[in-house]
Design a protein around this ligand. Structure first.
Ligand code: AMP
Ligand code: ZN
Length: 114
């Protein structure tokens, strides 16, 4: 996707602070963090949002959560706890139309959603 900002990050056309990368998934620091730890976990495949997921993406999405655990461990919050959030569509607060998972932590997060 030519105009997609996350595809550009994946292709290294835009700089980012990458914390994890493999063949299918990249994770980088959110440019505008809302918590001490705010990392975005992004499949390299351009999927616009949750509603565009296909059966064939099932494994990929499972791996996202394993990467979340890995990053949480690296950042020392595996035991303390953290949150993984995905926004979907306009009312869901999704701004970037390339599916991504927010890994949030490093402080007490509100017990109810913001
Ligand atoms: P969402 O509202 O779920 O679509 O989240 C988009 C997230 O992407 C926001 O938290 C932004 O701060 C973040 N973001 C936008 N552009 C960049 C960028 N170039 N590098 C890192 N994070 C970004
Ligand atoms: Zn994209």
């Amino acid at each position: 996707m030519e105009d997609c900002i996350f595809c550009k990050i994946i292709k290294k056309e835009i700089p980012s602070e990458i914390v994890y990368e493999d063949e299918e998934i990249i994770a980088f620091e959110d440019i505008n963090p809302v918590a001490p730890i705010h990392t975005l976990i992004v499949p390299k495949k351009h999927i616009t949002s949750l509603v565009e997921l296909k059966e064939e993406d099932t494994n990929l999405i499972g791996k996202i959560y394993l990467v979340a655990n890995k990053i949480a461990e690296q950042k020392g919050i595996l035991e303390r706890g953290f949150r993984v959030v995905v926004n979907c569509g306009k009312e869901g607060g999704q701004v970037v139309p390339h599916i991504h998972y927010h890994l949030l932590g490093g402080k007490q997060l509100p017990t109810r959603f913001m």
